[in-house]
Design a protein. Structure first.
Length: 362
């Protein structure tokens, strides 16, 4: 059993080859994990549905290796319980070798350890040079950080790596991490384990709650769900979301309990249709604000410019608890297009697109 996931590529990958490393989209190592399809739930909702059942074919694997080679790939690891039994694994290793890529099968099971030696996290730099692709095409930052940032069935690998806000945040390292890890004396060398930080707090940028160095400062570590009042500028009664509950790739899930005294609630308790647009706008503001907490970058000033393709399927009423999911799928300078869905007990009440503008995007 490998003790830490960061050790599987070898010590030579602890230091990035700066001459061949291409910043955000560069890739020196790749892991392809074979196993049953994982249900990523909310995090995969806007990528291509809750679960993709289309496994990678041998041609897909070769195409993926070709794409990664163009990005600087030097080593590939085939992992997972089903890797050895895969009928084309030997051919995939041979193909990798033909491109001068070192390829291995990781026979031993490994995982992100919740407790490490003395509860001090390993110095893990793999977010700088690698990613994981599941046998169903989902691209993950690492094995411990189970947030899909894209799927190679829909996008080129280079585009996924280039466009991912999560990977960009992770590569900025300690400049983006929140809480006590940011000011730790070991901050230059250790960023905590991003996988266990996410698993415990719901925030991939949170300080590592299990690190022994944070033992007396765990009360300073912010977790999800988080109150929207600490994140967005709107004040009651114009604040129409209560909490930000989950983070995904360029996406967030928020919630609100509809109250009779809210300004968009009618005398019969029904919610005005314009409120759904404002819920989406405030949810995306919550995503931006939460990402920038404790960062030198302030939350960007933004405006809701308009909407299109808005569909109101059913009406919400006072007493309903609603879930709002938003996804930033396009950006042009300071302008962005956001897809939004408002649900009640899993039923879609409203969905559409809103156009927003952020000052800092110009």
């Amino acid at each position: 059993m490998t003790e830490f996931c960061s050790s599987i590529f070898g010590p030579e990958f602890n230091e990035i080859d700066t001459e061949n490393y291409d910043g955000q989209s560069g890739l020196s190592a790749l892991e392809i994990n074979f196993g049953a399809p994982a249900c990523f739930g909310f995090s995969a909702y806007f990528i291509n549905g809750p679960v993709t059942k289309e496994e990678l074919s041998y041609e897909d694997i070769c195409g993926l290796i070709d794409q990664a080679k163009d990005l600087g790939l030097k080593k590939i690891v085939f992992s997972g319980k089903e890797a050895i039994s895969c009928r084309y694994i030997k051919d995939a290793i041979s193909y990798s070798g033909s491109l001068d890529i070192d390829a291995i099968i990781l026979k031993d099971y490994y995982q992100v350890w919740t407790n490490s030696k003395n509860n001090i996290p390993p110095i893990c730099t793999r977010h700088n040079f690698s990613c994981v692709v599941t046998s169903y095409g989902y691209v993950l930052p690492c094995p411990g950080l189970q947030i899909p940032v894209g799927n190679i069935h829909n996008q080129k690998l280079s585009d996924i790596l280039k466009d991912s806000e999560i990977l960009c945040d992770l590569k900025e390292g300690i400049n983006r991490i929140k809480g006590p890890c940011r000011t730790c004396k070991e901050a230059r060398n250790c960023r905590g384990c991003r996988g266990r930080a996410y698993d415990i707090t719901g925030d991939y940028l949170a300080s590592d709650p299990l690190c022994a160095r944070n033992e007396k400062r765990r009360h300073e570590i912010f977790s999800l769900p988080a109150p929207a009042g600490r994140i967005i500028p709107q004040m009651p009664p114009m604040r129409v979301i209560d909490t930000i509950d989950k983070l995904g790739e360029r996406s967030a899930q928020c919630s609100v309990l509809i109250k009779e005294e809210m300004p968009f609630t009618g005398k019969d308790g029904s919610v005005d249709r314009v409120a759904y647009l404002e819920m989406m706008a405030q949810a995306i503001a919550a995503l931006n604000g939460f990402r920038n907490m404790d960062s030198s970058d302030s939350a960007p000033e933004g405006y809701l410019l308009g909407a299109k393709n808005l569909k109101i399927n059913k009406t919400a009423f006072a007493g309903d608890r609603l879930s709002i999911m938003v996804f930033k799928y396009a950006r042009y300078g300071g302008f962005g297009i956001v897809k939004g869905v408002v649900k009640r007990d899993g039923e879609i009440l409203a969905e559409g697109e809103i156009k927003i503008w952020h000052k800092t995007d110009e």
